[in-house]
Ligand binder design. Structure first.
Ligand code: KIV
Length: 272
């Protein structure tokens, strides 16, 4: 498993870091088998596997449930679990209590929090021994306020992102996710701060990249953002299921190949 110091060394050596989301045992197994450096149990699971409209409905219990499954599927990969909406940014004591539960019970290697306003929390959690990954730029938990659009597009917003990134790093964050920002800004931030910066929709100048499993494999998604490249196509599951339904109706399934052939009924009849 990659350790924090390995990830830092990768940044320092300009070796790119790969990260993919996973939400359950089989997807975690696949991501680990593919040799991806880091797994994110993102609260995007609200949309990808729970069918919610946004990440806002995701609970601490949801993250625990999925985080534990991912840990079982990928015991040898660095796993980051999201702190969901409303579990951090309340008051420091509550935030730390939630972080402790999620970190201790999920088996995560680090927790991720959204926004530049959580530096005190990052400091205290780090002090307690919980590694924290920051998340700036488009932060989906605030979509009700900021919408789903590129961030850092004016010089004031860009400067605020630079300041926030520095503050998050100084507070002790072990890495930073930067979402939907102009690529020159993302590259600048990656060069300015010491910790690894993992981009999504942030161009190639960051220290690594993260994509959402369901987006990149076209698995149950209707549309994807401009920055998503599809590396596979799991949508053909529908055709397979339709074929199965037709085969059941026509009795083409199960054929002999899928049937236990032992004849038992004549023995039962003899007993009667
Ligand atoms: O929840 C998630 O999947 C994320 C990624 C978009 C970075 O936070």
């Amino acid at each position: 498993m990659k350790k924090l110091r390995d990830l830092q060394q990768m940044k320092d050596a300009h070796e790119k870091i790969s990260m993919v989301t996973a939400y359950d045992y089989p997807s975690a197994k696949q991501v680990e088998a593919a040799g991806i450096d880091m797994i994110l149990v993102g609260d995007s699971l609200g949309m990808t596997v729970l069918g919610y409209e946004s990440t806002v409905e995701v609970t601490l219990d949801d993250m625990l449930h999925h985080g534990k499954a991912v840990r079982r599927g990928a015991p040898n990969t660095f796993v980051v679990v999201d702190m969901p909406f409303g579990t951090v940014g309340i008051d420091l004591a509550t935030d730390l209590k939630n972080a402790k539960v999620l970190y201790q019970q999920s088996g995560a290697n680090a927790l991720k929090v959204e926004g530049g306003h959580l530096t005190s929390f990052i400091q205290q959690a780090t002090y307690l021994g919980i590694p924290i990954v920051g998340h700036l730029g488009l932060t989906p938990q605030s979509v009700g306020v900021m919408g789903y659009r590129m961030q850092g597009a004016t010089k004031e917003d860009a400067q605020k992102l630079i300041d926030d990134a520095q503050a998050v790093a100084q507070a002790g964050a072990v890495a930073l996710v930067l979402e939907a920002v102009p690529s020159d800004l993302a590259q600048h931030i990656s060069e300015q701060i010491e910790i690894p910066v993992i981009g999504i929709g942030a161009g190639k100048g960051t220290d690594g990249q993260v994509l959402v499993y369901h987006d990149m494999l076209n698995y149950g998604v209707e549309r994807t953002a401009k920055f998503v490249k599809q590396y596979g196509d799991f949508s053909n599951g529908v055709a397979a299921l339709k074929q199965y339904g037709d085969d059941v109706k026509s009795s083409a399934f199960p054929s002999e190949q899928y049937t236990y052939q032992k004849q038992i009924m004549h023995e039962v009849e003899q007993e009667r």
